[in-house]
Design a protein around this ligand. Sequence first.
Ligand code: MCA
Ligand code: AMP
Length: 461
Amino acid sequence: PQIAKVLKDAGVAPGDRDVVQEPKLTDTLALYIATVQTGALYLPMNTAYTQAELTYFVEDAQPKIVVCDADSEDDTTRIAQAIGAKVLTLSGDHGSLSLAANDKPDSFEAASRGPDDLAALLYTSGTTGRSKGAMMSHRNLLSNAETLIDLWQITNADRLLHALPIFHTHGLFVALNTALLAGTRVRLMSGFNVDTIVDELPGSTLMMGVPTFYTRLLDDARFDKDLTRNMRLFISGSAPLLAETHQAFEARTGHRILERYGMTETNMITSNPYDGARVAGTVGYPLPGCEVKITNPEPAETLPKGEIGMIEVRGENVFQGYWNMPEKTAEEVRENGFFLTGDLATEDEDGRITIVGRAKDLIISGGYNIYPKEVEDVLNELAEVEESAVYGVPHADFGESVIAAIVPTNGAQIDVDALRGTVEAQLARFKHPRDYIVMDALPRNTMGKVQKNILRDSYGQ
Ligand code: MCA
Ligand code: AMP
């Protein structure tokens, strides 16, 4: 309530945006709740984003407030001032927001909001290289949290081990909205660290993670049946969980990981059952209230069971469109309300969904999405680069990792260190290519389209 009062006094009103780039602190979670209480939209930022990335989001979302860490206050102030936004800092006892909150009353009358009013704006990158803000309403968030609590039987007796970042759907909505609603006790860890997880597992009942969490735990000999004896449920999502990880996990601990599938724009879409078969390599059934179709998108027709097509979804979970991008919204949401996910899947006779690939050019590394176009745009800006192709290759720890193929401009010498430096200045670390391969020409098909599958096969590692 005190934080909400500070925000309101700073002029935050219903419909405004609050950009938050803060470490994972309980105060950051309080700021999420306070923002929603003022009726404003919460806009969390990856803490790894560079100033260049932050500038884009601030200019696009035109927030009233930007909350940042004291260390980045000067840079952030420069960016915020350009659009007339106010900067507050939260970290520690010395943050301006924390200080101002100290003498505020401990009750706050929340702004009155309806189910279709917006609660959050989450940016998700796109195939065009420009990130899009997914507008999430109260109904979108609440309906999905209620469904998941029911399905996964989350209660106030649970103790959630929380090691995910809280600036994405997985850590913020799937894990924390459900815990807040169910009254679950949460152990908020600053990041994923195997030693701390090993310490905390005996006192926990529930954990949510990306597949990298589970492969890293399996690599540690301390991780066994005894350590997980009080655990009720392990859930995986954000990237494909290999069937072999699922099987090794069961062999080691006796627990069958429950895999589910979702997107920023839709929250969760499908889940393996809590009671019933959790089948390795599948993402289970559509959630109650979610209509899922596997289609041939052009012309829109539902395919017979067993055929590979695109997942389309409609329901209370589906977002309200992209911020200030009606044309993008129209491209991805049909007039009948079905959202085109860009994920390719099959549906078997009893309705179980298996994801088999992606129609979109997307790399998922350790659960973070990287759109190749965004990295290619940065590389192609350089005079010595004629063109580039960025693609993902299998990676034991992150699932996929990023590689860049570079074609030099006539006669130019490529200095890979200089390329790295340029990319580092502009893009968050997880988007950086781990390797650069210089070649005379990119492989193309007869239509002139770059064949990333050939690059992947020929220059995999
Ligand atoms: C860190 N690095 C990465 C990644 N994370 N590089 C590529 N991909 C990553 N995911 C960088 C670090 O900056 C570091 O750089 C180096 O790689 C090694 O770092 P390491 O210590 O191994 O990383 P970490 O700090 O342990 O992080 C790995 C992680 C983390 C725990 C897997 O990436 C993570 O928490 N991922 C979860 C992402 C997530 O929540 N996704 C949900 C999106 P250097 O070597 O220079 O030091 S929501 C979503 O997708 C939908 C809705 C859904 O269905 O959930
Ligand atoms: P984001 O845009 O960050 O919300 O990421 C959503 C994408 O993550 C989806 O479109 C899928 O491609 C992928 N994803 C999420 N969960 C799973 C899963 N269980 N298996 C495979 N891919 C997944």
